[in-house]
Design a protein around this ligand. Structure first.
Ligand SMILES: C[S@@+](CC[C@H](N)C(=O)[O-])C[C@H]1O[C@@H](n2cnc3c(N)ncnc32)[C@H](O)[C@@H]1O
Length: 210
């Protein structure tokens, strides 16, 4: 049975997190900004290297585990990268609290938690509702880059894109004319994987990046 006090405490805590994130966004995202986003950045290996190679882009990595973000921030500080930010946040809450005029141009989701058991699939980030919300913040020509070493997650995610009203697949394994990735840097989980699968998606009915 629902405990009204605990529910109220939970709602208050979520509201405080939203407030914190909005303040955080305001510090790093000037009005009408387009940024490059990584979900589940871990210790920040990929995005630090990416931001170094793309100094003109604002890059933001988010992770739900605070000590991973602390290590990522140290990495960023050592590299003295003013265009790179790591934020301790759950991906959906981060998205929900973005300023209204902010969009992303590239979204990297690299080796997200696979949640292998069917009853846990609801925890996966690559779900139709999350992708619908992300599409609202995807700028013109935006791309989503997904990579996993868990074959069923790859197959399920491909299926989600195939029937999604907002996204279309631009690169899948074994298909001709695949779009290449703009940047490669091995992540920690990638270095441990015997093999992995990748796909690229873009918004439907929007022009491609040339
Ligand atoms: C399997 S690790 C992969 C880390 C890194 N991308 C790599 O390839 O080495 C998945 C990461 O996603 C983070 N994560 C899981 N769910 C998340 C969510 N909903 N929002 C943000 N980060 C999340 C975890 O804390 C973890 O650091």
């Amino acid at each position: 049975m629902e405990n009204p006090t605990r529910t109220a405490q939970f709602l208050a805590m979520m509201e405080e997190r939203r407030r914190d994130l909005r303040e955080r966004h305001a510090r790093v995202l000037p009005p009408k900004t387009t940024f490059t986003w990584e979900i589940g950045c871990g210790h920040g290996h990929f995005l630090t290297a990416y931001a170094q190679a793309h100094p003109q882009e604002i890059c933001i990595g988010v992770d739900i585990v605070s000590d991973r973000i602390e290590r990522a921030v140290k990495k960023r500080d050592r590299a003295k990268l003013a265009n790179l930010h790591f934020i301790h946040a759950e991906a959906r809450l981060f998205l929900e609290t973005l300023p209204p005029d902010t969009t992303f141009s590239r979204l990297f989701v690299l080796f997200p938690d696979p949640w292998p058991k069917a009853r846990h699939h609801k925890h996966r980030i690559m779900q139709p509702d999350f992708l619908a919300d992300a599409a609202k913040r995807a700028g013109e020509g935006a791309r989503l880059y997904f990579r996993t070493d868990f074959t069923p997650y790859y197959t399920d995610t491909k299926g989600v894109f195939e029937s999604h009203p907002d996204w279309t697949l631009l690169s899948v394994e074994g298909a001709p004319g695949n779009e290449t990735w703009p940047y490669e840097r091995e992540t920690v989980f990638q270095s441990r994987a015997a093999a992995y699968h990748s796909l690229v998606a873009g918004l439907k009915s929007r022009p491609a990046i040339v």
